[in-house]
Design a binder for this molecule. Structure first.
Ligand SMILES: [Zn+2]
Length: 345
């Protein structure tokens, strides 16, 4: 087979105070991403380890209430307190209840914010396909307007940090989108590695991955129109999901069935995340250049990972292994995650 799911097992023996100092063995799987060769380490025992900070929901409710008072993105303030696009673009972009406007503190030349709705806070099971779709339609409008003015701005990104543990500075649900002249390092790697795979195997890595995962079923969560949802074999973050579009290589094609399929699937994934207790996550899309069809060797894809639950103090999942060594420590088996999320498709 062209795609190999490689893993190496390590066994850690120790005499555990949790079991009267009896010797126990914990199994650690070191897994290798079939495309990038990137590694991660999975030990499901770590999910059981005592954390010194308990989940705290009253504190979360307090945060939601207090942040609502002067929220820039709530209906009373959004037109008074959010920036307008520069000359040559509409003041702001509106689709349904979604609003799009420039980021007040951008990290790129074309960096905007998309607010999903009037609701200051939404649980993950409250993101309907329609609500997602309106906002993503607005994102596409922004990208297209930028591209008309600047033909060299070809790399479009939709990113979503949800709740403070994921790096969101504002509670009110929103995406951050930017269009850039160059791919990010990760996107560049994905495209280059897909090219190398295509040269070596004569095939598209992404459609090969969907085929093999569909037939072995272990990490195949579901399909929504032309979008396939998988638990990643070698996740780079906890509960990592990969979405793969069957026929487009860039966000420029995110319309019609691709858009509705993506929104239906994403809504189901978020509902599943909610059911297993996830409250904070990151999402990113990895889009090829908007004016080129790379479909022969690359397909548009998106990833989600869960983040720690919001609480006044919590144990971060971003430590030395993640920040410096690029070998993340994962607490959930992708195959178990698949079973739990499949129920929502
Ligand atoms: Zn708000």
């Amino acid at each position: 087979m062209r795609i190999e799911f490689e893993k190496f097992i390590q066994e850690a023996k120790l005499r555990s105070p949790l079991q009267g100092f009896k010797q126990v063995t914990q199994r650690v799987e070191v897994r290798k991403d079939p495309l990038s060769g990137g590694l991660c380490r999975i030990n499901v025992e770590r999910a059981k380890r005592p954390k010194q900070i308990p989940p705290e929901t009253t504190e979360l409710n307090k945060l939601i209430e207090s942040s609502k008072v002067k929220c820039f993105f709530c209906p009373d303030n959004i037109e008074k307190m959010t920036p307008m696009f520069a000359e040559g673009l509409p003041d702001r972009i509106r689709v349904g209840d979604a609003w799009l406007f420039p980021n007040l503190f951008p990290f790129g030349g074309h960096h905007a914010v998309g607010v999903f709705s009037k609701d200051h806070y939404l649980k993950l099971n409250q993101f309907t396909p329609k609500l997602l779709e309106d906002c993503f339609k607005g994102c596409l409008k922004f990208f297209e307007l930028v591209h008309v003015q600047h033909a060299e701005i070809k790399y479009w990104h939709i990113n979503w940090n949800h709740m403070p543990p994921s790096a969101a500075s504002i509670i009110h649900p929103h995406v951050q989108i930017f269009a850039d002249p160059r791919p990010t390092p990760r996107l560049r790697e994905l495209i280059e590695q897909s090219k190398a795979y295509h040269e070596r195997e004569g095939n598209n890595y992404w459609s090969d991955l969907v085929d093999i995962e569909r037939s072995n079923k272990e990490r195949f969560i579901g399909e929504t129109g032309p979008v396939t949802w998988l638990a990643s074999f070698a996740p780079q973050g906890n509960k990592e999901i990969t979405a793969i579009f069957s026929d487009i290589s860039s966000l420029a094609g995110l319309k019609g069935r691709a858009l509705s399929g993506f929104c239906a699937g994403l809504s189901s994934i978020l509902e599943g995340y909610h059911a297993i207790g996830v409250q904070s996550f990151n999402l990113a899309t990895f889009s090829g250049p908007c004016d080129e069809d790379l479909g022969e060797l690359y397909l548009l894809n998106a990833r989600l990972i869960s983040r720690p639950n919001p609480a006044p103090f919590y144990t971060s999942d971003n430590g030395f292994m993640e920040k410096f060594h690029r070998e993340p420590i994962i607490e959930t088996m992708p195959e178990n995650l698949t079973e739990k999320l499949r129920a929502h498709f």
